[in-house]
Each structure stands twice: as C-alpha cells, then as structure tokens.
Write a protein that binds this ligand. Structure first.
Ligand code: C2E
Ligand code: CA
Ligand code: CA
Length: 451
C-alpha cells in the first residue's frame, strides 16, 4: 500500500463527508453515510491499513426526557451528544445519526482490536459529563456496541447489524455499558429471526407443545395437579427449552401468541378425562397482566374447554406483577372474581417490597427453586422457613418448586409448606405420558412424610 494510496483514501473519505447530506438537528452526517463510510472501512481490510471498527450507540432514557420535558429539550440534548461524539473521535473517522437517538461511528487506522474498545470507552466517558440546559441538569448515557471490520464481512449492512446486536447486549447489561460483538451473538440473532418468522407466519402452534410436571401434596403425597411448561419442537434443532425462546418472543413482541396457545392447550388438556379433576397451573408472561382483554380471553378459554375456573391457576412472576401495580391489581382482581387462582412465580427473587405484594389478590406463593436448592445451609433454611410463614400469614397456599431430595421435602414439611413439585417426583412429561404416570402414582407408595 503506497503512501499515495493512503492519501487518496483520506481524500475520498473527506469527500464522502463533504457530500453527505447533513442531519439538520445535529449537523452530523445523515443516516445513509455510515453505510458508505463502512464501505471504505471494508475496503481497507484488503489493503491492510490498520484496523477499523463500527460503533453503534443508543442513548439510554432519551424517550423519558422527550415524553416528560418535550422534544425541544430532547433535540437540544441530541445536538450536545452529537458534538461530544464528534470530538471524541479523529477527524478522519465518521459519525452519523442513525435516526432517533442512535448514532453510528466508523473508526479507522486502529492498531489493535482493543483500541476500538478504548474509543468506545472515551465516547462513553465524554457523555458522562452532565448537560446543563434550561436551568436543569441532565445526565445522559448510552449503550455502545462495537463490531470489528474483518475480511469475513462482504456487506456493510451486516457490519452495522452486528454492531447493533452488540449494542443490544450492552443495553441489557445496564446503563452506560459497552459490548463488543461476538459471533455467538450473530447465531443468536439468526435463531431469533427464525423464531420470529415462524410465529409471524402463523406456524408457531405446529411446533409448540406442553409438558406437564406433577404437583403433589406434601402431607399425603397425592398428585393434586400439574404445571404446564412450554417446549418448542424445532424441525432442525430438536426439543428446545423455554430459556432458549421465551426472551426472544418477548423482545419481538410475540409472547402473547405463545401465552394464548399455552392457555388454550393446557385448559383443553385439564378438561380431558386424562387428568380430570386435577388442577392445572399455567405460566403467563407479565405482558398479559397489562393487556386489557386478558380476563376476557381467559373467560373464553374456560368456556371453550368446559373447564371450571377453580381448576386453573395463572402463574406470573413476582417481577412481572410489580411492573405496574395499579394495572396488575385490577387484572388480578378480575381473574380472582372469575374464580381463577393467581400464583406469584419465582417468589423471593424479585426484591419487591412485601407491602406491595400483600396488596395484590393472589392465592399462592411459589417458592423459587433457588431457595429450595440453598436450604442445606442455615441461612438458606431460615429463608425458606421465612417464606413459608409469610405465605401462612398472608393466608395463601405455598408451593415449592425444584424439590430434588427427601431432605428438602422433609424441611418443607416441617416448615408447613403445603405443596411441592420437582425431580424427586418427576420432571415435566409429555401429554401422552401423564395418564400412565397417574396410574403408577396411585399404586406407588407415597413420599415419606416426617412426623
Ligand atoms: P418456572 O415457572 O420457575 O418453572 C420451573 C422450571 O424448573 C421448569 O423449567 C422445570 O422444568 C424446572 N424444574 C422443575 N423441577 C425441577 C427440579 O427438581 N430441579 C431442577 N433443576 N429444575 C426443575 P423449564 O420448563 O425449563 O421452564 C423455565 C421457565 O420458563 C419457567 O420457570 C417459566 O418462567 C418459563 N416458562 C415455561 N413455560 C412457559 C410458558 O408456557 N409461558 C411463559 N410465559 N413462560 C414459561
Ligand atoms: Ca412457573
Ligand atoms: Ca422459578
């Protein structure tokens, strides 16, 4: 690579910037340009002029400012951010607003990949200084994603997409976080797209199925009901567990499709002779609590299946319930009025104030598995006992999940917990296995109950 070529390239880049339409608001280059700048960066891979990186940045909480203080303040803040970004990078680097509160930067001439993270840190630091405006002080921060330009890329869109994916990871890691793109993220993004297109095209239900885990009385050992747990039978990837697809569906705004499927299927199964008259518990995502038509949906599901409402319990996580207390209280009240049970799932993991929970019309606390697992230490044991006595004083029932050993069961029995589920009895099983399981359970001797 001759010096002259490098010089050419600089001129080309300067020309690109000059020609670029400017974003009226920030004075930065317009959204089209990061693509062009990334093209130049891609060319450089072949010529070996140092390394380049695409940095994707998304401001935290700007929407809150826009909504509460108006767009004028929001726009003024964007302009300050644009200025700070410009001055955090070299004149030969490119920064453009990518619409809304997102920015894309292309930094070249880096000697190592770690330099890109240093630049990202510098950018993040530059945003940390408070912005004083209209007699107020604002603190802005951003999620920053970094993708290194490598010869594996042939398309600039892919580069920007990967920097964007890294930014998403940074977002979920908390405010002012920085993440570098790793190809694992790419696979995840592909899987997510696959889930999304399956659900959007209406093919989700063909691949979804429910597995059922028995719940037993601690006192008598009898099976009293089942918890329905979603599974995705993927044509190429086999049987997938919820932790592989629930969050993708939530992020894509498609979780309601699954929730509705699960409720319908579980209610129909509960009404069938296979498990009648046992109880069925169904996990529902927090979003349903906020959906105004959810109680109506439950009503129609019960009617269609011919299932008495008393035999259905809806499990919603503690953190889901406290997202919007007023709405949660109203929806849960309506469900209670229908006669449906309401369980606080993963109880004890959400750090919510107990006074909040006490206000909610719930019928059951579901002790999270982590408390059962840790019950072999004195602290763990007291925590477990504390939760059970809390349930007793709230006059709600108490279900322990993840019980794997007789010792754990003995402890729960002593503490006064009424119901349990876990591998000690059985893992979740397919629909057709339930009947056989119930027949065997009848003849089998019940778990030993301490006196
Ligand atoms: P969860 O509601 O807390 O469910 C309990 C999880 O613990 C289940 O995992 C279950 O298979 C597992 N488990 C049960 N007994 C034991 C045991 O003795 N030991 C151990 N180590 N694990 C045990 P699964 O089926 O993978 O579900 C994970 C989470 O996915 C659930 O946690 C629930 O939050 C969510 N989920 C499952 N099905 C649905 C659904 O239909 N809709 C929604 N929105 N979420 C669901
Ligand atoms: Ca559950
Ligand atoms: Ca749990």
């Amino acid at each position: 690579m001759s010096l002259r070529n490098i010089e050419d390239r600089r001129r080309c880049r300067a020309e690109l910037e000059r020609q670029a339409h400017q974003d009226q608001l920030t004075g930065l280059a317009e959204p089209l340009c990061p693509g062009r700048a990334a093209t130049v960066a891609l060319d450089e891979v072949d010529t070996g002029v140092g390394m380049s990186a695409v940095i994707f940045l998304d401001l935290d909480r700007l929407k809150v400012i826009n909504d509460s203080l108006g767009h004028e303040i929001g726009d003024a803040i964007l302009k300050v951010v644009g200025d700070r970004l410009r001055s955090s990078i070299r004149p030969t680097d490119m920064v453009a607003r990518f619409g809304g509160d997102e920015f894309v930067m292309v930094c070249s001439g880096l000697s190592r990949a770690a330099d890109a993270l240093d630049v990202a840190q510098r950018i993040s630091d530059s945003l940390a200084a408070p912005i004083v405006m209209a007699d107020r002080t604002f603190h802005v921060s951003a999620a920053v994603g970094v993708a290194m330009v490598t010869s594996a890329y042939t398309d600039t869109d892919d580069l920007i997409r990967d920097a964007d994916a890294a930014m998403y990871q940074a977002k979920s890691a908390g405010r002012a976080s920085i993440r570098a793109f790793d190809p694992g993220t790419h696979d995840k993004a592909l899987r997510r797209l696959d889930f999304e297109s399956t659900v959007r095209s209406g093919h989700g239900p063909e691949q979804w199925e429910l597995h059922y885990q028995p719940q037993c009385s601690i006192e008598t050992g009898e099976v009293i009901g089942f918890e329905a747990l979603a599974r995705w039978r993927h044509p190429e990837r086999g049987l997938l567990m919820p932790d592989e697809f629930i969050s993708s569906l939530e992020d894509a705004g498609l979780i309601a499709e699954l929730d509705h499927f699960v409720l319908r299927r579980a209610a129909a199964f509960a009404a069938s002779p296979a498990i009648s008259p046992l109880h069925i518990s169904v996990n529902v995502s927090a979003g349903q609590l906020l959906a105004a038509d959810f109680p109506d949906f439950v009503t129609s599901v019960l009617a269609d299946a011919g299932l008495p409402s008393e035999r259905l319990t809806i499990e919603i996580t503690e953190s889901g319930m406290i997202q919007d207390l007023a709405v949660a209280r109203r929806t849960l009240r309506t469900l209670r009025d229908l006669g449906v049970g309401v369980s606080v799932d993963d109880f004890g993991t959400g750090f919510s104030a107990l006074s909040y929970l006490a206000e909610l019309p719930v019928t059951e606390l579901k002790i999270d598995r982590s408390f059962v697992t840790r019950s072999d230490t004195p602290t763990g044991r007291s925590l477990l006992e504390g939760i059970v006595s809390l349930a007793t004083s709230m006059a709600v029932s108490c279900v322990a999940e993840g019980v794997e050993s007789q010792d754990q069961l003995d402890l729960l029995a002593k503490a006064g917990c009424s119901t349990f589920q876990g591998y000690l009895v059985a893992p979740a099983m397919q629909e057709h296995e339930v009947e056989t399981f119930l027949k065997q359970a009848e003849g089998r001797h019940q778990p030993r109950i301490p006196r």
